[in-house]
Design a protein around this ligand. Structure first.
Ligand code: COA
Length: 416
């Protein structure tokens, strides 16, 4: 079948990560995504953390595949005219400028709606409209601190810690994509566009939902039994950092395997699922614990959970993380090796499923990227290389009705 979002035209005014992650996904699913970039410079990530001089950085190529690139100075009258034409014939405009930038450009929501009542304007900001920090510019780690992730991540005796996962950026982009698809569905029914706004703080907080659960439990009972602070340590009146503790009802921890002394990733994550207690005991050769009242219930195990993890580590001492998981999987124990980026990049299963894909780029050659984590039975998502800066400018201007002399003049004046 053709791609489900074919026929949807998106003006992609996004940069860095949060916005581009959203529009990249919509491009994978068939939307015509036109990335609008400043002439000469483009998205700042084209030149950030470059590994090949003069060639678009991986930061850019991995977040902008399947898009077209239009260079346009939208602060010039001619640039505004081109943008106006684009707005009239597009379905969605996505942006993640600093607060107020689109308005200052002259493209307020009211004006865009006048130009095209069906237009969906989707924005990422650091904080939501009306928030007391709404004027702040925000990057990933700022959002992780603002959304509750940092105060609850790390170890009790260390500072607030950010995650390597892009909870503030790509996560917000994924929320925005859901918002855009919802607004498109609404437009199918009403014919009207609308404004869709997602803040990075809100998106992080949405993923920290269980920590808000814990705050309320702590307020009521004064302790959190699944945290390592229980029962021997102390709780204050705020949710503490729980280290590597399992966040739900199943205690878990990162455990050392053979070679941990020299390999910083020779670990597995081990979960003690309540009903898997007997298989766990069998797997680690501790059958005597199965019916021992001091061990047989989750409650009985709670105060010696780290001794139990210590015993499991003894068992793991002569097994690599892969050997350990191969044994534990036979006992139905939820676990995983701690995988490095190198191991993931070369994982045959991820290559076969299209989660890690090799893509061709006109200047860089082949590089790896993360393909669609969403798999469809009726669509194969094909990830293409990212566009060069302004690669599609002339083609897009022609489609808007500009002739070759007009296009040459726009280049001359550096409007495009
Ligand atoms: N032509 C002309 N001007 C352009 C342009 C174009 N094609 N594209 C952008 N600009 C202008 C904007 O209009 C703005 O001008 P103004 O401030 O004079 O009105 C200017 O470029 C700077 O934009 P801004 O987005 O504020 O860039 P910044 O580098 O100062 O800030 C961020 C970067 C990411 C901090 C900021 O964009 C932000 O907070 N965004 C919202 C949250 C977010 O998405 N964070 C990033 C997550 S990865």
């Amino acid at each position: 079948m053709s791609k489900p979002l074919e026929g949807i035209k998106i003006i992609d005014f996004t940069h860095v990560q949060a916005g581009p992650a959203c529009t990249q996904m919509l491009a994978w699913f068939g939307a015509d995504v036109i990335k609008v970039e400043r002439p000469g410079a483009g998205d700042v990530t084209r030149s950030q953390l470059r590994d090949i001089p003069g060639v678009d950085a991986l930061y850019f190529t991995m977040l902008n595949s399947n898009k077209r690139s239009l260079t346009l100075d939208t602060k010039t009258p001619e640039g505004k005219e081109i943008l106006t034409k684009l707005i009239k014939e597009s379905d969605v405009l996505v942006e993640n400028f600093g607060p107020g930038a689109l308005d200052r450009m002259g493209f307020t929501w009211e004006h865009i709606r006048e130009l095209n009542p069906g237009m969906i304007v989707a924005s990422v900001k650091g904080f939501s409209d009306g928030h007391h920090y709404e004027d702040l510019k925000v990057y990933e780690n700022v959002a992780q601190c603002a959304g509750g992730a940092a105060s609850t991540t790390g170890f009790d005796d260390g500072p607030p810690t950010v995650s390597a996962a892009a909870l503030g950026d790509s996560n917000t982009g994924m929320h925005l994509a859901i918002g855009i698809l919802t607004a498109l569905r609404a437009r199918d029914v009403t014919g009207k566009g609308q404004k869709v706004a997602v803040s990075m703080q809100d998106s992080v907080l949405n993923l920290c939902r269980v920590k808000l659960r814990d705050q309320q439990r702590l307020d009521r009972v004064g302790y959190l039994e699944e945290y390592p602070q229980y029962p021997h340590g102390k709780f204050s009146d705020v949710v503490p950092r729980g280290g590597n503790a399992g966040g739900g009802g199943q205690p878990g921890w990162v455990l050392k395997c053979k070679g941990w002394e020299t390999d910083p990733n020779a670990y597995i994550y081990f979960t003690i699922q309540g009903h898997a207690w007997a298989p766990i005991c069998r797997a680690i050769g501790k059958e005597e614990w199965i019916d021992d009242p001091a061990y047989m219930t989750a409650q009985a195990r709670q105060d010696k959970i780290f001794d139990i993890f210590g015993t499991i580590e003894e068992w793991l001492k002569d097994k690599t993380k892969f050997e350990a998981v191969d044994i534990l999987r036979k006992f139905d124990i939820p676990c995983s090796p701690v995988l490095t980026m190198k191991e993931l990049a070369n994982d045959p299963s991820l290559r076969a499923s299209g989660t890690i894909v090799e893509v061709d780029h006109k200047e860089r050659g082949k590089y790896l990227t993360v393909g669609s984590p969403i798999k469809f039975s009726d669509m194969k998502v094909e990830v293409k290389g990212s566009p060069l800066l302004g690669e599609h400018t002339d083609e897009i201007l022609e489609q808007l009705g500009y002739n070759s002399q007009q296009i040459a003049a726009l280049h001359e004046q550096r409007v495009v």
